[in-house]
Design a protein around this ligand. Structure first.
Ligand SMILES: NC(=O)c1ccc[n+]([C@@H]2O[C@H](COP(=O)([O-])OP(=O)(O)OC[C@H]3O[C@@H](n4cnc5c(N)ncnc54)[C@H](OP(=O)(O)O)[C@@H]3O)[C@@H](O)[C@H]2O)c1
Length: 236
C-alpha cells in the first residue's frame, strides 16, 4: 500500500489545494482541519476518492486529541511526508495592540501545534526509517516589515524549528521550509483586505508547484533538501 501524505491545516486555502493535487495523482491523503464545518466541506468535496481520503477535525495544538490521531497513524501505514499548512493570522497589527487571545491563537496554530506534531511524528519517522517534514514560512521572515506582530515572530520560529529538526534527524529523514508567497486565500484577505484577489496566484496554482516538488521529496530527494529554507523561486 502507498504511504499517505499528511496535511495539517487541510480545510481551505493551500492545504485543501494540496489535498486535491495529491488525490488527483492517486496518492492517499490524511487531512487535518480545525473546524467540524471545514471537515464536512472537505468530505463533500472529496467524497469520490473513497478510502484514499481521510479527514480529522481537531486543533493541532490540542495535545490529547492530536495524540489520539497520531496513535492511530502508528497502527496503520504511517505517512511518508507531513505538510504543515495550518496557520492563523488574527490581524495585521503591532504586538502590543493584539489581545492575548489573538496572540495565543496565533501561537497555537503557527507554532505550538506544528512543534507538537513534528516532535511526535519524528519519533514515528525514526521508528519506520523514513519520512520528512515540510513547513510553510513567510516573506516576513527574510524581510521583516512593521505590523506583522505575533505572526512574523512565530513564522521565524517555524524556520528555526525546521532547521533544528534537520540538524538532528538522521538520513534519510529530512525537514525543510518553503515560503509559498502571496496567494488568494482567506488568510491573505485578513492581511490585505483592500487587495484585488484576482491579482494574486491561486492556492491551486501554488499547490501544483509545491505538490510536484513534494513528489520529488518523497521519491528520494528529501535528504538533499534537508535544512533548506526555500522561496517559490528556489524550488527546483
Ligand atoms: N496566503 C498567503 O498569502 C500566505 C503567504 C505566506 C505564507 N502563507 C502560509 O501558508 C500556509 C497556508 O496559508 P493559507 O493562506 O492557505 O491559510 P488559510 O486560508 O487561513 O487556511 C488555513 C487552514 O489551516 C487550518 N488551521 C488553522 N489553525 C489550525 C489549527 N490550530 N488546527 C487545525 N487546523 C488549523 C484552518 O482550519 P479551519 O478551516 O477549520 O479554520 C484552515 O483550513 C500558512 O502556514 C500560512 O502562514 C500564506
Amino acid at each position: 500500500m502507498t504511504a499517505p501524505v499528511l496535511i495539517l491545516g487541510a480545510g481551505r486555502g493551500l492545504g485543501a489545494a494540496l489535498c486535491d493535487h495529491f488525490l488527483c495523482q492517486g496518492l492517499p491523503v490524511i487531512g487535518v482541519t480545525r473546524s467540524p464545518e471545514s471537515r464536512t466541506l472537505l468530505r463533500e468535496r472529496f467524497k469520490g476518492m473513497g478510502a484514499r481520503f481521510q479527514v480529522e477535525s481537531l486543533d493541532i495544538a490540542d495535545r490529547v486529541a492530536s495524540r489520539r490521531v497520531i496513535g492511530a497513524l502508528e497502527n496503520k501505514e504511517p505517512p511518508t511526508l507531513a505538510i504543515y499548512t495550518a496557520g492563523y493570522l488574527a490581524a495585521r497589527k503591532s504586538l502590543w495592540t493584539l489581545s492575548w487571545d489573538q496572540i495565543d491563537r496565533e501561537l497555537a496554530s503557527n507554532l505550538t501545534g506544528p512543534l507538537f506534531w513534528s516532535v511526535e511524528l519524528s519519533r514515528l519517522f525514526l521508528a519506520t526509517g523514513r519520512g520528512g517534514h515540510l513547513f510553510f514560512s513567510s516573506g516576513v521572515v527574510r524581510t521583516p516589515r512593521s505590523e506583522w506582530g505575533a505572526y512574523g515572530v512565530f513564522k521565524s520560529a517555524i524556520e528555526a524549528l525546521s532547521r533544528q529538526l534537520a540538524l538532528d534527524l538522521p538520513p534519510p529523514l529530512y525537514s525543510l521550509s518553503v515560503n509559498p508567497g502571496r496567494m488568494s486565500t482567506a488568510m491573505r484577505h485578513v492581511a490585505c483586505p483592500d487587495e484585488d484577489p484576482s491579482t494574486l496566484p491561486t492556492p491551486g496554482a501554488v499547490a501544483r508547484r509545491i505538490g510536484d516538488f513534494c513528489r520529488d521529496l518523497m521519491a528520494g530527494s528529501g535528504r538533499f533538501h534537508n535544512g533548506k529554507t526555500l522561496s517559490m523561486e528556489e524550488i527546483p
